[in-house]
Design a protein around this ligand. Structure first.
Ligand code: KIV
Length: 271
């Protein structure tokens, strides 16, 4: 087993090998995903949506991210493991970011963090990277700013916005980010950014030219029938599989078919 590091990802970009990333939130899923040969696992603050049922990523706390990250950590041996810095755990000051990222590294033993934002985050990324905390930056649609952006909308659709995102990508690379996540931006813009920087770009809703792709594990497994954004390809329909399994189980219990003899401890010694 060859451990994936940020250097492995940089080498993959040089060799034009695609990087495979996925989110995870618990031990059981993390183990399956890690054994499935992915390069990078992100404990996303999308846990706020898919695990806790909130409408946005804003409510999840740093303590909750640490809990999810510790659970995932125990299931991951090979992939590079990152965790999201949640809303308001890093925006207040560089010092706050250092302390929050430091807690994720010390208490959950993640190997790096992701944070959202462009130029405004350059000083923070510089400081984290230079004290040994790898940072993946995140631009385009930044869900923690969704109220400011007017919703979960495609970003960089006009010349001015596209130019700004290209400039920010360079600034974040120069600040020391080891990778850049591009969310919901046009394919052409994602390609231009990918071609213009030396760090890997990881896309979600950003077309095929990024150096790698990331999806929320529950989305690609088809756990939510109502979540169908254009960019999503579902590789399974687990909602249907799980719901059928639960119905079958209910029926078997109700007609006393489960447990059967082979599923029961039928003999005992009364000596
Ligand atoms: O939290 C998350 O799931 C993310 C996605 C963009 C991968 O940041």
């Amino acid at each position: 087993m060859k451990k994936i590091t940020i250097k492995t990802l940089a080498d993959k970009k040089q060799r034009r090998e695609k990087i495979v990333s996925i989110t995870a939130y618990d031990y059981t899923f993390a183990r399956i995903l890690d054994q499935g040969d992915v390069d990078m696992i992100l404990v996303g603050d999308s846990a706020s949506n898919v695990c806790a049922g909130y409408q946005t990523t804003l409510p999840i706390t740093l303590d909750e991210m640490i809990y999810h990250s510790r659970s995932v950590r125990r299931g991951v041996q090979r992939a590079l493991l990152l965790a999201d810095l949640p809303f308001l755990s890093y925006q207040a000051s560089v010092e706050q970011a250092v302390l929050s990222a430091g807690r994720l590294m010390k208490e959950a033993e993640v190997e790096g963090v992701k944070l959202e934002g462009g130029e405004i985050m350059a000083d923070t990324i510089y400081r984290l990277a230079h004290i040994g905390i790898p940072v993946m930056a995140h631009i385009g649609l930044t869900p923690q700013a969704q109220h400011q952006l007017g919703g979960r909308l495609v970003q960089g659709k006009d010349e001015k916005e596209a130019k700004r995102l290209k400039e920010e990508a360079k600034i974040l690379e120069e600040a020391g980010a080891f990778a850049l996540l591009l969310e919901l931006i046009p394919t052409k813009l994602a390609k231009e950014i990918t071609d213009s920087i030396n760090i890997p770009t990881i896309g979600i809703g950003a077309g095929p030219h990024c150096d790698g792709q990331i999806l929320v594990c529950y989305d690609l497994l088809g756990m939510d029938k109502d979540f169908n954004p254009k960019y999503l390809r579902k590789y399974a329909e687990l909602h249907d599989t799980i719901s059928q399994a639960v119905q079958d189980y209910s029926m078997d219990v109700r007609k006393a078919d489960y447990p059967g003899d082979s599923e029961s401890y039928t003999s005992y010694s009364n000596k």
